[in-house]
Design a protein around this ligand. Structure first.
Ligand code: 3SL
Length: 233
């Protein structure tokens, strides 16, 4: 049986062997939820980059630029990091270059894996179906927050681990912890997250509606994946 490991922060990724594995990158609030939303709404591709300078430079190459730091849109860029912005019909068929505090970094670090896919509650079923069909070992990589563990990414890692429990073995204790956290809170995730640091950060910025949106289960049948450093669906 293939196994699922959970890596709770990108800082821990050097401890994992990526060769031959599928990495699912998870940044529920909000980077990977935005990417899934954007591709489901017709954005043609998303290029994740590490720095503000890189993202800005793609503006001259025909890309729409997106940049977030500490939850805020950076001045001079076209897009913020809200899933509602990624739904804008003017973005259909467009290419986006994006940098975010944690999510884009996690994607870039995963590039050596056999396959890299983008996960969120919004496409949970598509991710699970894909992992089930491929039947390879999986690493669920949580983007966390500046090197620290966060609850929302851990919950989602737990959701995948719980859904696939009959077809995958638990690979490490982080997978076990994630699954148990999800089982404990799956019926009241919004309530549970109210005490967490990123919920409170986004709440101070008045973007509770983004949190509610990002916690919806499987509203998009969409599987973004990284191909030649670009995310396509
Ligand atoms: O850290 C990230 O990549 C972002 O998703 C954070 S935020 O939700 O936009 O604040």
């Amino acid at each position: 049986m293939p196994k699922i490991d959970v890596c709770l922060t990108p800082e821990l990724l050097p401890l994992f062997q990526l060769d031959g594995k599928i990495v699912v990158v998870i940044d529920i609030l909000r980077a990977t939820s935005c990417m899934v939303t954007g591709l489901a709404h017709g954005i043609s591709e998303i290029l994740p980059v590490a720095t503000l300078e890189e993202s800005a430079s793609y503006g001259q190459k025909g890309y729409i630029t997106a940049a977030e730091r500490n939850g805020l849109k950076m001045e001079g860029f076209d897009l913020d990091n809200s899933p509602f912005s990624y739904m804008d019909p003017v973005l259909q068929g467009k290419k986006i270059c994006v940098t975010t505090t944690n999510g884009t970094k996690a994607i870039i670090l995963s590039a050596k894996a056999r396959k890299v896919v983008i996960g969120s509650f919004l496409n949970l079923k598509s991710v699970c179906d894909y992992l089930y069909i491929r039947g390879l070992d999986v690493i669920l990589l949580c983007a966390g927050w500046k090197g620290q563990v966060n609850s929302e990414d851990t919950l989602f890692a737990g959701a995948i681990t719980a859904y696939l429990k009959d077809s995958f073995q638990i690979g490490n204790d982080s997978a076990l912890i994630s699954r148990d956290l999800y089982e404990l809170h799956k019926g009241r995730m919004f309530e549970y997250l109210k005490d967490t640091s990123h919920f409170q950060r986004l709440n101070r910025l008045n973007i509770q509606k983004d949190i509610e949106f990002c916690l919806q289960n499987s509203i998009y049948d969409c599987l973004p994946r990284l191909e030649n450093n670009v995310i396509i669906s």
